[in-house]
Design a protein around this ligand. Structure first.
Ligand code: FE2
Ligand code: FE2
Length: 277
């Protein structure tokens, strides 16, 4: 867990998790130092304490006004309820579906919610941010946003990639990732996270990329990729080709049993092999 300043007003809270067989997935939250401060997602459950400490380094929790919840997947909600207690003025920006999904497990106080649909804007005092639905997503609640002052865009899970190491997952810019590894990782992640991609109408899907291409965000932030400066057009081109990629074949029970066999400790017999052979 580390805080990494990206611009004068944007900081990444970088974490990662290993996915067996795939690599190390970056798990980023972000903090926007707008007039009304905004936290973007709330980290991994098992990093909750360090995440809360990282947020407290960035802002007095009494001053935190907004928590943008991109969607209620567990890797985005780790410290959400603790923050609601620790930051009494903060309201959760999400969608009707986001509230519904969260409330299945634990009710979200409705007076702490601000519903914002794609196309709608939120006033942060010195700027507005406008919600959009990223072209690839894994939850009906997902929203990203564009900062109308700086052009920075946050895309939630979209554009993510598992990478070769925790060091790369925590890189300051995605340009540190070798080009081949980045292309393969983004292709893999899109099909892992959004398996519906394999069945889309290619023409309609490619058309859905155009609004984000027109925005051409100078800084593109993903929950699952190091920050990307000046790469939006290239990434959208790649995304447009991904429906033609071979879909991800997830490990099945036989693969799991093989994996478990590899984890088994050495048997008594192999441990007793004589030293002098
Ligand atoms: Fe997700
Ligand atoms: Fe995610």
């Amino acid at each position: 867990m580390q805080n990494r300043p990206l611009t004068a007003d944007m900081t990444a809270l970088q974490d990662s998790m290993e996915i067996p067989g795939l690599g190390v997935l970056p798990v980023n939250a972000f903090f926007l130092r707008s007039q009304q401060p905004l936290l973007i997602d709330t980290g991994l459950p098992h990093s909750r304490d360090s995440f809360l400490a990282a947020v407290a380094e960035l802002v007095d929790l009494d001053d935190l006004r907004w928590i943008w919840l991109s969607h209620p997947d567990r890797d985005h909600t780790g410290a959400l309820y603790e923050l609601l207690e620790l930051a009494p003025r903060a309201r959760v920006v999400t969608t009707f579906m986001g509230v519904g999904i969260l409330s299945i497990e634990r009710p979200l106080p409705l007076d702490r919610v601000h519903l914002l649909n794609p196309g709608q804007s939120l006033d942060l005092g010195d700027r507005t941010i406008t919600a959009f639905r990223p072209p690839v997503f894994d939850s009906p609640a997902t929203t990203g946003f564009v900062d109308d002052l700086t052009g920075t865009a946050f895309s939630s899970d979209c554009f993510g990639a598992p990478l070769a190491s925790a060091e790369l997952a925590g890189a300051g810019d995605v340009s540190e990732v070798p080009a081949d590894e980045l292309a393969a990782g983004q292709g893999l992640w899109a099909h892992v996270d959004s398996p519906w991609l394999a069945g889309v109408d290619r023409t309609a899907f490619r058309a859905s990329l155009e609004p984000l291409r027109a925005l051409d965000p100078p800084l593109l932030l993903s929950s699952h990729l190091p920050p990307a400066t000046g790469r939006a057009g290239e990434f959208l081109d790649r995304l447009g080709e991904l429906p033609d990629f071979t879909p991800f074949a997830a490990p099945d029970q036989a693969a799991l049993e093989e994996m478990l066999r590899q984890f088994e400790p050495p048997t008594q017999r192999s441990a007793e092999v004589p030293a002098a052979v």
